[in-house]
Write a protein that binds this ligand. Structure first.
Ligand code: FES
Length: 422
C-alpha cells in the first residue's frame, strides 16, 4: 500500500489495535506527514536547562529536522531559537555548544542576541529607518514548556497544555530528579551519537520492548551473572510491569519487583551504599533516611516520553531524525547534582552499556537495522503487535502488562494514530 497525500483515513486503517502496516516504517511520504502532524504539531523535547547554566551559554539541538539553538539569555531566561538567519537562511550558529554575547551570521554579518533579537545590520544606512526590524528577529517555537530543567517546545499553539501533555511522564522526571540530594540533574557529561540506519519508530519500539533482552542481550546478561525470563509472567520478573502511561508515553516499571527484597541499588550493577557512602549520606541528609531508602530501592525510571525523549534509568536518550530510514540516538549519562561518587560510577556504567564498545546498545542497533533491511521485503504487509493483549489489566487508570508484553509499544502507536489521522 502506498500513501496518498490525503491520508487521514488511511492512517486510521494503517494502525490497528493489534498490528501496524509495514509501510509506516519505510514510506517517504509517511515521514513527511509525521513531520507535519507529529513533530511540528505537538510537544517535543529540546534539551535540559543544565546544558546552558550561565547567561551567554548555548547548545545546538534539533526540532524534527529543524536546527535550533537552546540559549541562556543575559536575563537568565532559557530560549529556543530557530537556527536560520532571517536574511537568506544561513545557520547563525555553527558550533555545537559554547558561550557568546551574540550570534553573528557568517554570510553578511547580521547579528542576533541570545533571545533572537536582531541587534545590528552591517552598513546600516542602506536600511533607512528599518521598517522590517521586528521581522529580522530569529524565529521561535510557538510554545515552551519546562519541568525540573527539561525543556520542551511546540511549533504549534494549538496543542494541549504542557503539563497535561506531560501527564504521567511527570512522575518519571520526578523519580529521576529526586535521586539527587539537591533534586536536580546536571547533564554535562557529553553526548554519545549513534547513527542508526532504521526508521526512528523502530528504534523507539526497542526502548520499551521487554521481550528482546533474553535473546539480544543474553551474552551481556551472562557476563554480569543475571538471567532474564522472557515470559516474565512467573518467576524472574514476576512483579515487574510494562505500562501505557497515556499520551503515547510508556515505561518498564521495576519497582514492585525491587520491593520484594527491599534492597537498595538493584538498578545499578555492583552499586551498594558501602561503595557510595558520600552520595548516600547527602541524600539521607536532604530527604531523611526513610525517604532515601525508598528512592534507592526504586531507582530511576525506564520511561519513554512521546515522541523523542527516553529516560533509560542511567542515561538520557534523545531521538534525532535524519531520514525515513535513519535516525541518531543521542545519549548522555545521568548526572545528579551533589552526587559526585554516584555520577562517576554511572559514567563508567553508561559507557560499558551504550558506549562505542558497550555491551547493550551495539546489539540493539544491530537488531533495529536488520528490521529496516527486512522491510525491503514487501510481504507480509502487516507487523503483528499483540503480545500480552489478553492479559493486560488496568489499575488506577493505567494499563499494565507483563514485562515482555507489547503494552507500551501499543501506547505509542495509539497516540501516533490519533495525531496522524487528525
Ligand atoms: Fe545571514 Fe545574510 S544570510 S546575513
Amino acid at each position: 500500500m502506498s500513501i496518498t497525500h490525503d491520508a487521514v483515513r488511511q492512517y486510521e486503517e494503517l494502525v490497528q489495535p493489534d498490528r501496524i502496516h509495514a509501510s509506516l516504517h519505510s514510506d517517504p511520504q509517511v515521514f513527511l506527514d509525521e513531520l507535519e502532524r507529529i513533530w511540528y504539531r505537538s510537544w517535543v523535547y529540546i534539551g535540559h536547562e543544565s546544558e546552558v547554566p550561565e547567561p551567554g551559554d548555548y547548545v545546538r539541538k534539533k526540532f524534527g529536522l529543524q536546527p535550533v539553538i537552546l540559549t541562556r539569555g543575559t536575563d537568565g531566561e532559557v530560549h529556543v531559537l530557530l537556527n536560520k538567519c532571517t536574511h537568506v537562511a544561513n545557520l547563525v550558529c555553527h558550533e555545537e555548544r559554547g558561550h557568546t554575547k551574540a550570534f553573528r551570521c557568517p554570510y553578511h554579518g547580521w547579528t542576533f542576541g541570545l533571545d533572537g533579537t536582531c541587534l545590528s545590520l552591517p552598513f546600516r544606512k542602506a536600511y533607512g529607518d528599518d521598517p522590517h526590524k521586528e521581522e529580522r528577529a530569529l524565529a521561535k517555537p510557538a510554545l515552551i514548556g519546562r519541568y525540573r530543567g527539561f525543556v520542551f517546545a511546540s511549533m504549534s499553539a494549538d496543542v494541549p497544555d504542557f503539563m497535561e501533555y506531560l501527564g504521567r511522564g511527570k512522575d518519571a522526571i520526578d523519580q529521576l530528579c529526586d535521586l539527587s540530594p539537591a533534586g536536580e540533574l546536571v547533564l554535562t557529561a557529553g553526548w554519545l551519537r549513534h547513527l542508526t540506519r532504521s526508521n526512528w519508530k523502530i528504534g523507539l519500539e526497542g526502548l520499551v520492548d521487554g521481550y528482546h533482552p533474553g535473546f539480544v542481550h543474553r551474552s551481556m546478561l551472562s557476563t554480569v551473572g543475571t538471567e532474564y525470563n522472557i515470559d516474565a509472567s512467573d518467576t524472574t520478573y514476576e512483579l515487574a510491569r510494562v505500562r501505557d502511561l497515556g499520551n503515547g508515553h510508556g515505561d518498564l516499571d521495576w519497582r514492585d519487583q525491587y520491593h520484594i527484597t527491599d534492597e537498595e541499588f538493584q538498578w545499578m550493577t555492583g552499586g551498594t551504599r558501602e561503595k557510595l557512602l558520600s552520595y548516600v549520606a547527602k541524600l539521607e541528609e536532604a530527604v531523611g533516611p526513610e525517604r532515601a531508602h525508598q528512592l534507592l530501592v526504586d531507582g530511576p525510571p525506564h520511561t519513554y516520553i512521546f515522541p523523542n525523549l527516553f529516560i533509560g534509568e542511567l542515561f538520557i536518550m534523545v531521538l534525532d531524525l535524519v531520514s525515513p530510514s535513519a535516525h541518531v540516538q543521542m545519549e548522555t549519562p545521568v548526572q545528579w547534582k551533589d552526587a559526585e561518587d554516584l555520577n562517576l560510577r554511572n559514567m563508567h556504567q553508561t559507557h560499558a552499556a551504550i558506549g562505542p564498545a558497550g555491551m547493550i546498545l551495539a546489539d540493539d542497533s544491530a537488531m533495529v537495522e536488520r528490521n529496516q533491511q527486512g522491510l525491503n521485503a514487501l510481504k507480509p504487509e502487516w507487523l503483528v503487535r499483540d503480545r500480552g493483549a489478553a492479559r493486560e489489566e488496568v489499575i488506577d487508570g493505567v494499563k499494565r502488562g507483563y514485562m515482555s508484553d507489547d503494552t507500551a509499544i501499543l501506547a505509542f502507536w495509539s497516540r501516533y494514530r490519533q495525531l496522524m489521522a487528525s
